[in-house]
Write a protein that binds this ligand. Sequence first.
Ligand code: ZN
Length: 134
Amino acid sequence: MKRIEHLGIAVESLETAIPLYEALLNTSCYKQEAVASEGVKTAFFQVGESKIELLEANKPDSPIAKFVAKNGPGFHHVAFEVEDIEAELERLQKAGFQLIHQSPKDGADNKRIAFLHPKATNGLLVELCQEKSA
Ligand code: ZN
């Protein structure tokens, strides 16, 4: 794992959360992007070497909608940047970690992503991500 790429925060409304996080972090949101496959709208903030990703559900059966209904808004996942996401998924599976995604899928912010199951990580939802090559 290279670094913590971003922290994902589930919110009820980007419209109200974006100005709040802009004030908190003292920086402007640099990108908003919908990810159809996950049923989310995202907003990104750069914080030093890492980012904050806000996630709002844009359909009722989105994983974020279920998360917010169950837990309320708040911390959702940590994303680690990796050099080779396929190799890392294979390594983790061999080490006994349960994967949500067996192979990487397209995520926001020009990334290929995959999630580990939180049951395997003491309740922490972990995302692996790799920058797509140009
Ligand atoms: Zn993420």
